[in-house]
Unconditional design. Structure first.
Length: 429
């Protein structure tokens, strides 16, 4: 009996020590002006200018290693990793997370006349906020993504406002925003009138981001904002072949544009811009497997990551990516409408810069042109590959059957770095 009592006392002592162990406090995040009269986020009293990337299930550690301090997501459940896992890993690497809350959109078949749907969505989001609000890596909440895109019924922003009010009631420690595809007077005026509870708006632009300040002025927006997506020139903004397919920039061209766009559009507004998230610190199929992702399908990083490291830290990474300087098929560039006959030979050559004098491999791939063309970033199926082989920097490849294709080249080093480019071409009889 005496032993049982001692065991019971010991058990309660151990249990008490476990349950009373203090969990980290949530970060206290506020938006206010600093001593230079610039709008900034402050995290636990310290000024926090967002140097971040869109990153939902990509390489979190690499973002921290290259100088980022935050990332954003688009939803709390992505089918691969739960938000808690993502927040835990972010905290491990000293990163803060702008957590996305997915909102049903008109273009996906949701109606804001459907009160049952609205209430079900509201209850789910409230549950997610309650579940995640205590995490120390949480920066704030992004309510919906590009809700103005293809949206005729702007009452969706009334619901954003109601959700923001709820968040501020149950989670007073974190800021709220909603993200817009560009910014125009229509949504600007509506938000100023009907969505006043959010702490700031977020704007997403690609090639046109060099005109960001003009777009904001034209829309009549005078309050603070964040840029929550920007990066490669959009597939709707580039030149097209005469068989109507978009011409993608090389990874080197993208890296040069990243540096220019950051200076011109984001860093240039010190007063109202509170930071940005570059898109996308992962890999994604959208028109091609290489268009928007800063990583390749095999996990190799590309030159846009080097560019962001230089922007955030002032230094190039110690291990730089090879650069694709130019790329030709039969002496022609992607802008010269390359058409070849069936069973002819594609004579292709890539010219490159090897910054670190590494051993390089050259991988060549032909895939069909994508015909699964979604919009607004919706999921697409990857085009089928019909040729994939390591060869030299100058190759001769037999043309496939009639149709529209792209020839990709990947210049890779032994350390997981790569430069890439592709050329659309048309095979005729």
């Amino acid at each position: 009996m005496k032993h049982n009592i001692l065991l019971l006392i010991f058990s309660f002592t151990i249990l008490g020590s476990c349950t009373s162990e203090k969990q980290p406090d949530p970060a206290k995040v506020v938006l206010k002006k600093n001593e230079q009269n610039e709008y900034r986020l402050f995290v636990n009293g310290n000024e926090f200018y967002v140097n971040g990337a869109g990153l939902e299930f990509g390489n979190i550690k690499s973002l921290a290693d290259h100088g980022g301090n935050s990332f954003r997501t688009w939803r709390t459940e992505n089918g691969k990793r739960d938000a808690i896992e993502i927040l835990d890993e972010a905290h491990e690497h000293g990163l803060m997370v702008l957590m996305g809350l997915d909102i049903g959109r008109e273009r996906h078949g949701y109606s804001y006349d459907d009160t049952a749907f609205i209430q079900k969505q509201f209850s789910y989001i409230k549950g997610e906020v309650e579940r995640l609000k205590h995490h120390p890596a949480l920066l704030g909440w992004a309510i919906g993504n590009e809700l103005n895109l293809g949206q005729n019924d702007l009452r969706i922003f009334d619901e954003v406002n109601r959700i923001s009010q709820m968040i501020h009631e149950v989670d007073p420690n974190h800021v709220t925003t909603t993200t817009l595809a560009g910014i125009g007077k229509r949504e600007s005026e509506y938000i100023k009138e009907n969505c006043t509870d959010i702490d700031f708006i977020s704007i997403q632009m690609y090639g046109d981001i060099v005109n960001l300040q003009k777009r904001i002025t034209d829309a009549g927006w005078t309050e603070p904002y964040m840029v929550t997506e920007w990066g490669a020139t959009g597939h709707w903004e580039v030149d097209r072949t005469d068989w109507d397919v978009a011409i993608e920039q090389s990874s080197k061209e993208k890296a040069i544009d990243f540096a220019h766009r950051y200076q011109a559009a984001i860093k240039s507004d010190r007063e109202k811009c509170i930071g940005s998230y570059v898109f996308l610190w992962a890999q994604k199929q959208e028109r091609t497997p290489t268009w928007y992702g800063m990583f390749l399908e095999n996990g190799a990083k590309t030159e846009t990551i080097d560019a962001m490291c230089k922007i955030w830290t002032g230094q190039w990474p110690t291990d730089r990516c090879p650069a694709v300087d130019s790329f030709h098929i039969n002496g022609l560039t992607a802008h010269e409408n390359i058409k070849v006959k069936k069973e002819s030979v594609l004579n292709a050559e890539v010219f490159y810069t090897n910054h670190d004098n590494d051993s390089l491999t050259f991988t060549w791939e032909i895939m069909y042109e994508s015909y699964d063309r979604q919009w607004g970033g919706d999921a697409e199926n990857r085009p089928k590959t019909i040729f994939h082989q390591e060869m030299e920097s100058k190759v001769a490849i037999n043309a496939p059957d009639t149709g529209a294709y792209r020839l990709f080249v990947y210049v890779s080093d032994v350390n997981g770095n790569a430069g890439t480019a592709n050329i659309p071409f048309l095979v005729k009889e």
